[in-house]
Ligand binder design. Sequence first.
Ligand SMILES: [Mg+2]
Length: 259
Amino acid sequence: MNITVPQLLEQVRRYDRLFLLLDYDGTLVPIAPTPERARLSPDMIDTLGALAATESVQLAVISGRSLADLRQRVPVEGLFLVGEHGAEICTPAGQRHWLVDPVAIRPVIDRLATQAEAALAGLTGCLVENKTLSLALHYRLAAPAVAREAVTRFVRLGEAHVRGGRFQWLRGKQVIELRPAGIHKGRAVAFLLEQYSRPGEHPIYLGDDRTDEDAFRVLSDAGITIRVSAEEKSSRAQYRLGSPTEVHQFLDGLRRQYG
Ligand SMILES: [Mg+2]
């Protein structure tokens, strides 16, 4: 359901405490031509910092990006960072959790990354990203036929691992990823709430992509879920906001309401 920022703030007002769970790309920043270019605005950093410092609000940024990448992109203290769709978690106090065994996963991903670089050499506009616990192929800048060929080769490389049951495919916006089986943002959200939610705290999740649907499902009757999208899309989320700009307005509203 479409909702305005003031209506959403009104919905939230009844809760004393919030656990805010925010996707990064397409939610806090507009989708960029390459993952490298998606940077938070200084205003957004300021807003996130203020919310993270608010006693009645806990904040988590949950992304498919690696934890190291996310940490460098979100220069804010006092929040949870969740990388690789939940495979790696870092708490505000700096405690680390892994929802997979990194020692078993990393060598497999490293080997596949080398193979993928070789298999995709010469396919313009395609980018293989080794996130240490998962491997992504980005093809936003490739011509459609090149992108199809790249995806075919990439899938051929990873398919045996998927059939073996340890990994699975994940498709997002102009990206296909091989990631450890059973890891998704829904599981990350369930983990955070189980381990760290405080009494009287209400979860709110904002995300823009297919990978966020797992989180919407986990929160379906336990929180407020918002899909960020310019168009109406079939989604498990209760509400829709139109853009990262509206997300920023909403977060600024929360800052005033809870700060
Ligand atoms: Mg996203």
